[in-house]
Design a binder for this molecule. Structure first.
Ligand SMILES: CC(C)(COP(=O)(O)OP(=O)(O)OC[C@H]1O[C@@H](n2cnc3c(N)ncnc32)[C@H](O)[C@@H]1OP(=O)(O)O)[C@@H](O)C(=O)NCCC(=O)NCCS
Length: 180
């Protein structure tokens, strides 16, 4: 897993305590998200999110990363490798800078990531959004994620677990088309 290959457009760095202020600056402008997923972000909650792991996973499986454009942090992602099982990538958190939203930046990042994971042989990407958040729901459905079930998470009581299947040859010519 090479995080620098997650994106063809943006530089990617692992985020640490040194980045707390820039992360806080990006996250705290996404007010709608915290209305659906309180409490509101703090520097301390970011520090905790940098360490939190789903059951059975270890720090080596976790990539808390920033996407940079010209040295400016434009997106934050919490990526877990192999959760809930090998071959499945889990996005625990994804947020873009409000000044760049609704211009396709989020979609471009997810497209690139899915392309890279497909090359590596992963078969799906999973994530959950807080039930009722119209922005998150619209974004993930638009990006090809399909609802699996309603469940609970460490972040909220009612979340929608969703999955996107990764197909090795998607976009290519199908055999049936060649035969016709
Ligand atoms: C969801 C998010 C990552 C999308 O990033 P982005 O860079 O704006 O992504 P895109 O521009 O590719 O797509 C945004 C889509 O959301 C839609 N959208 C934006 N605000 C919306 C709202 N309040 N209700 C419904 N849809 C909304 C846009 O219309 C666009 O869809 P369209 O292309 O069909 O018009 C960003 O809005 C964000 O960080 N939100 C807060 C965090 C969050 O909800 N993260 C996901 C859950 S972990």
């Amino acid at each position: 897993m090479q995080i620098k290959l997650f994106s063809s457009q943006y530089k990617i760095h692992r985020l640490t305590d040194q980045n707390i202020d820039e992360i806080y600056h990006l996250l705290s402008k996404n007010v709608l998200y915290y209305e659906y997923c309180p409490p509101f972000v703090t520097r301390e909650s970011i520090r905790e999110d940098m360490k939190i792991l789903p059951p059975g996973k270890e720090q080596k499986d976790k990539y808390y990363i920033g996407f940079y454009q010209d040295e400016k942090l434009i997106a934050v992602m919490d990526f877990i490798d192999g959760y809930p099982e090998k071959g499945i990538a889990y996005i625990g958190f994804f947020m873009t800078d409000t000044s760049l939203q609704n211009q396709g930046v989020g979609t471009a990042i997810i497209d690139d990531l899915c392309r890279y994971l497909t090359e590596l042989g992963y078969h799906s990407v999973r994530l959950a959004w807080v039930k009722g958040n119209p922005q998150s729901e619209h974004f993930w459905l638009k990006n090809g994620f399909v609802q699996l079930r309603e469940t609970t998470s460490n972040a909220a009581d009612e979340v929608i677990l969703a999955e996107k299947m990764l197909e090795k040859n998607s976009g290519g010519i199908h055999m049936t088309e060649v035969q016709i």
